[in-house]
Design a protein around this ligand. Structure first.
Ligand SMILES: Cc1cc2nc3c(=O)[nH]c(=O)nc-3n(C[C@H](O)[C@H](O)[C@H](O)COP(=O)(O)OP(=O)(O)OC[C@H]3O[C@@H](n4cnc5c(N)ncnc54)[C@H](O)[C@@H]3O)c2cc1C
Length: 294
């Protein structure tokens, strides 16, 4: 496996934003992932696992460590009855469509979420009251020291937009394979649900974004809160709080990570000052930004 240097990351994210990775690789099997881990360990540099980059904001200065990109090269799928094994880099939407052809499903409401199955597990991605975590039986992972481990579902800590992989103890684990239990469902019904979900998504802002920027605080959706405060349409450079949806920050073309981050901090400060609510980001911030929280 080739380890490349100073690889621009913008093209690997849905925002189209991000400076270079000092080191970058695209493993196609667990052995290559292990060798990427030991490369990082030997040099004492951090590593980042990147799926389709649809929930990350990468700083303009880039990342001083190793980016391990798990994408198309790591996307095999096995179906045995209702039990499905999908490698971490498989796109979620592709999984939904492939299963539909076999009259299998259950989470087709998530069609159109643009990430990988592993990214979806880390985030416990959800839409229209359906959550991927509800279909996960267990996972095969690599620990930061390169040990293989199987984790059953009761150890995965799924809750609203979170999993154990967002905690300090597990955020450096790498998801190799996901084991799912899916439901028998007629293809036509699944396709109908997919069509409904995709239609709703067409009403979302279509410019580059990471989807929802903030987690919903208790009691009110973040988008509604931002809307009520009259913040929609606010700009920083080429980044804008989408006029159609308060929780989307879009790239109007040529936005920097700092433009997006500036808007994130602006919204957080305003919401805190005026409503006493501490808005937390759903998007993951990688690298260094100016004006971090005090
Ligand atoms: C237009 C748009 C609409 C969206 N709509 C929704 C929605 O309706 N619901 C929703 O929940 N989300 C939504 N999202 C957000 C995003 O698509 C999901 O969070 C998605 O699951 C992220 O997957 P990814 O592969 O892009 O992960 P990335 O953005 O690449 O990574 C996200 C996190 O997962 C970690 N990660 C990725 N792969 C692995 C792995 N193999 N092992 C360990 N960690 C890993 C990364 O390190 C990072 O912490 C939307 C995004 C966009 C751009």
């Amino acid at each position: 496996m080739k380890i490349r240097e100073f690889v621009p990351l913008a093209g690997y994210t849905s925002y189209g934003i991000g400076g270079p990775a000092r080191y970058f690789c695209e493993p196609s099997n667990p052995k290559e992932i292990k060798s990427a881990l030991s490369f990082a360990l030997k040099r004492n540099i951090p590593y980042y696992v990147l799926g389709r980059g649809t929930n990350v904001l990468i700083s303009d200065a880039g990342l001083a460590g190793m980016v391990i990109h798990l994408g198309e090269k790591f996307a095999r799928l096995k179906v045995a009855g209702h039990l499905v094994t999908a490698e971490g880099g498989l796109p979620l939407t592709k999984l939904i469509h492939t299963l539909a052809e076999k009259n299998l499903g259950g989470f087709e409401a998530l069609a159109g979420i643009p990430g990988t199955i592993a990214g979806a597990v880390v985030m416990n991605a959800g839409a229209y009251r359906v959550f991927i975590g509800d279909f996960i039986n267990g996972l095969d992972v690599l620990t930061p020291t390169g040990q293989f481990k199987t984790m059953p579902r009761d150890k995965l800590g799924f809750a609203y937009r979170t999993s154990i992989f967002q905690t300090q103890s597990h955020h450096k684990y790498i998801i190799l394979r996901t084991h799912l239990r899916v439901l028998a469902r007629p293809k036509a019904e699944i396709k109908e649900t997919i069509a409904v979900s995709l239609k709703k998504r067409r009403q979302h802002p279509q410019l580059p974004s990471c989807g929802s920027t903030f987690r919903n605080p208790v009691g009110i959706p973040a988008g509604k809160l931002i809307d009520e405060m009259g913040l929609k349409g606010t700009r920083r450079g080429q980044a804008q709080i989408a006029p159609q949806h308060g929780n989307f920050i879009v790239n109007l073309g040529g936005a920097t990570a700092q433009d997006v981050y500036g808007l994130i901090r602006f919204v957080q400060d305003k919401v805190w000052e005026e409503r006493g609510i501490a808005l937390k980001t759903e998007v993951k911030l990688w690298g260094e930004f100016e004006n971090p929280p005090k």
